[in-house]
Ligand binder design. Structure first.
Ligand code: WTA
Length: 793
């Protein structure tokens, strides 16, 4: 049943909307919730359109259509205003739109986004056309932002035919074997590595105590597996790393042989600086080849590397150096990202002022800028590498299977980032095998993972997984929109990339840039696409599938964490039918389960905490320097299983739908930030008494940061102070941690025992409620209604 009508762009006409909706609801026996939602979103959006789409003060007709089919309610809004998508707030104010208006607009949009299941906007023939879809389910929870997609994409036949694992049956058979006898399964997998000495036992575990050790008694060196073994084959002269710089004309190719030589030479440089097995080396480099060279050189001699993302500030770098008591730092003079100069040596020098343990700094010349060098401490990478006493070969250190390979810091729910420690054999085996299973890699492929090596994705799937597999890995220093938003498409075309692995945040940003950037680019080399870091919205999935993959490439949505080493849940592309928005099924050897705090409560598909019941080789071993913390953080809520911190739901086909963090972690552009970390940064500012940070939905970043701050007595509220606070957080943690919005509040909502009630703040940040008076007496609906009334007044 369909119905349409027109209203004029005057606020006084809005009353007609609710009357029309009421009429429609009555005729179609619409549920109360759907009626309420339809009313609310119509009011919100029409107000936005009236306020922003017209600047000629003339009368315009806005056409509203309502339709109901299969209990799906569709609302279409059409108008002839200037191009304006009322669901995407303008980034910068355009003529008559003030910053206040934008905030107001955003508030309404958050509300709309929470209530509908799908939104699409197009501009056609001078008209804005907005379509909203929502399910008419009476008891539906408004907060569950889970967009359930019904579409299923089976693997294309040609793809399966050429794959290593070709059917769901084959996957299930292997999966059952891997779970029934993990030791036999992993023992067989481990035969694919080169060992100095084979293991005595595949697994020794006591998961209740958070303990697990793999390939006990075995000995190997990670770099022999990533480099030396390929040199005995035709891969010796295969490109190991193809690098492209910030500027499109900057390129470099390292064959396995060349990479091996560089790694050995740099390993010798490290030794010359007194670095040996077990020493920690901090690496603070941009995406240049010296970064993987430095990592592998550490692995060659058994030093433990700790890579700190180049975008982190001096303060974050300092904390990470001090926490693991690093001996040596490798950094660059500076570098350009998207054409903008980043002065990394300056940051490093600031950090080092408080790091007495670092006696040696090796500086890579990248930006060619003047930097102060402390003669006793600092030296140049190129000079060290060229020294006559540096040999081309370096004996690999014999490493115990369980010896640490690296530390990587990640945010958790406490203020201090934790140093996640990964092992040598288990980690390497896990990333090598998951790389093959999920990405179906072939020797002739060009593989491109767009992550930064400063995060786990880069460690596992730019460096260790691909190199252990003898693959060609493309490494990119720049950003997707420099010099223009077609950079990714240009690079895919130029390097004939076959497999492309990116984060939804980048995809969303590129999707917003529009389809004209694809014009003239041949993406036909692509065979497979991947996604990582956060849930991918079905809308973006479909765009990725159609525009980037030309409708022919499977998409592997891979779920995992810094702690897990590699992918745990994700499709096998030749075997697993994909559902947009679901990471699909667990990989071999992985036994997930969804648990609820109270097992007797809730519906079956309500979701709960995602846990993993058995150890696997890639799982972190411990938190560096804090023996208790691994168990306390991950094994406390549900004893005997690894708790991921994510919420998830399983559907009838056994597919996992990841709902995002349910602990106090915000996922900004696929990067994790602890709320406690943000709060302690804010509170360290002189004017701040108390702070609370929550995540809010964000158009491109996935989640944005919304902070509430109460000032110390006598401090004046001002925009300048808000700006200063943002800057303060940015300086302390890094640009990604910059709060999107800081709200100065007289008071924060607290329980009687004084604990800040974050749930309420989350709802305020999401635009659900506008104030936190006496929360206990307010129901959501009345608050929402109140909000609308006030906005229309
Ligand atoms: C989130 C990145 C949904 C999740 C590899 C996890 C995802 C956190 C996905 C880990 C995905 C990662 N779908 N959510 N495919 N992949 N996440 O440690 O919340 O930087 O806990 O590791 O990212 O982030 P981390």
């Amino acid at each position: 049943m369909n119905q349409s009508f027109e209203i004029i762009n005057k606020r006084s006409e809005i009353q007609q909307l609710s009357e029309a909706v009421a009429e429609f609801a009555r005729l179609n026996a619409l549920s109360e919730r759907a009626t309420y939602t339809a009313n609310l979103i119509l009011e919100e959006l029409v107000v936005n359109i009236i306020a922003y789409a017209y600047d000629d003060r003339k009368e315009h007709a806005i056409k509203v259509s309502l339709g109901l089919q299969d209990r799906k309610l569709t609302v279409i809004l059409e108008d002839d205003g200037r191009a304006f998508n009322p669901t995407v707030p303008p980034v910068r104010p355009e003529h008559n739109i003030s910053l206040d208006d934008i905030e107001d607009l955003e508030l309404g949009l958050r509300l709309v986004r929470m209530l509908v299941d799908g939104i699409s906007y197009i501009r056609r023939e001078g008209r804005n056309i907005l379509t909203l879809v929502m399910e008419d389910v009476p008891g539906k929870k408004t907060i569950a932002s889970m967009l359930r997609e019904e579409r299923v994409f089976p693997p294309p036949k040609e793809f399966s035919a050429a794959s290593q694992i070709r059917s769901l049956d084959e996957y299930r058979r292997l999966y059952r074997q891997s779970i029934a006898d993990p030791e036999a399964f992993w023992g067989k997998q481990a035969e694919e590595l080169d060992w100095f000495r084979k293991w005595d036992r595949v697994l020794v575990e006591d998961f209740a105590e958070a303990e697990h050790a793999w390939f006990v008694g075995g000995a190997l060196n990670v770099t022999c597996n990533c480099l030396d073994r390929h040199l005995k084959t035709w891969r010796k002269n295969k490109a190991a790393i193809i690098w492209e710089g910030d500027q499109p004309w900057e390129q470099q190719v390292l064959t396995y042989q060349q990479l091996h030589r560089q790694v050995c030479r740099f390993a010798n440089v490290l030794k010359k600086h007194g670095i040996g097995k077990g020493d920690r080396v901090t690496i603070y480099l941009p995406m240049i080849v010296e970064l993987p060279v430095a990592m592998l050189a550490c692995a060659r001699i058994g030093a433990i590397h700790s890579v700190v993302f180049g975008g982190f500030s001096a303060d974050s770098l300092k904390d990470r150096i001090l926490d693991c008591d690093s001996r040596l730092l490798i950094c660059a003079d500076g570098y350009r990202r998207g054409g903008r100069l980043v002065k990394s040596k300056e940051q490093a020098d600031q950090a080092l002022a408080a790091c007495p343990g670092i006696n040696d700094v090796i500086v890579v010349r990248r930006a060619d800028i003047e930097v102060p060098m402390q003669p006793e401490r600092d030296c140049w990478w190129d000079e060290e590498m060229a020294a006559p006493d540096i040999a081309d070969s370096c004996e690999p250190e014999v490493m115990d299977a369980e010896d640490p390979l690296f530390i990587l810091y990640t945010s958790g729910s406490t203020g201090k980032p934790k140093g996640v420690l990964h092992s040598s054999a288990g980690y390497l085996l896990y990333v090598m095998q998951t790389f093959k299973w999920v990405f179906d890699i072939r020797d002739e492929d060009t593989w491109w993972c767009t992550a930064d090596i400063g995060w786990i994705t880069g460690h596992s799937y730019i460096v260790y997984g691909p190199l252990a597999s003898g693959a060609t890995t493309l490494m990119f220093e720049g950003v997707p929109n420099f010099p223009q938003p077609d950079r990714f498409w240009r690079m895919i075309e130029k390097h004939r990339v076959n497999i492309f692995y990116a984060a939804p945040t980048a995809l969303r940003a590129l999707m917003r840039e529009g389809n004209r950037w694809f014009e003239g680019h041949d993406l036909s080399s692509l065979r497979l696409l991947g996604s990582v870091g956060e849930p991918i919205n079905p809308e973006v999935w479909i765009w990725y599938h159609e525009k980037v993959g030309g409708g022919r490439c499977p998409i592997v949505d891979t779920w995992w964490q810094t702690e897990t080493g590699g992918i745990l849940i994700g499709p096998i592309p030749g075997a697993t039918p994909c559902k947009p928005g679901s990471a699909t099924l667990p990989l071999f050897g992985i036994e997930p389960e969804v648990l609820r705090n109270n097992p007797d409560s809730g519906d079956d598909d309500e979701g709960g905490w995602l846990v993993i019941k058995k150890p696997w080789p890639g799982l972190m071993r411990r938190v560096y320097g804090d023996p208790e913390r691994f168990k306390k953080t991950y094994f406390a809520r549900f004893p005997g299983v690894y708790t991921t911190g994510d919420g998830a739901m399983v559907d009838n086909d056994g597919y996992y739908w990841i709902m995002g963090r349910i602990d106090d972690v915000i996922n900004v552009s696929g990067h994790r930030l602890g709320t406690a970390e943000l709060e302690s940064a804010l509170v360290s500012h002189d004017s701040v008494a108390e702070a609370a940070a929550v995540g809010v939905p964000h158009e491109t970043k996935g989640q944005g940061i919304y902070a509430f701050v109460t000032l110390k007595a006598g401090e004046e509220k001002s925009d300048r102070l808000v700006a200063a606070l943002k800057d303060h957080v940015r300086k302390l943690i890094g640009p990604i941690a910059t709060p999107d919005r800081i709200q100065l509040a007289a008071d924060l909502p607290k329980t009687r025992s004084g604990k800040i009630v974050r749930r309420i703040l989350t709802r305020i940040a999401a635009g659900d409620v506008t104030h936190f008076g006496d929360m206990s007496t307010l129901t959501d609906a009345s608050v929402l209604a109140d909000l609308i009334k006030r906005r229309l007044a």
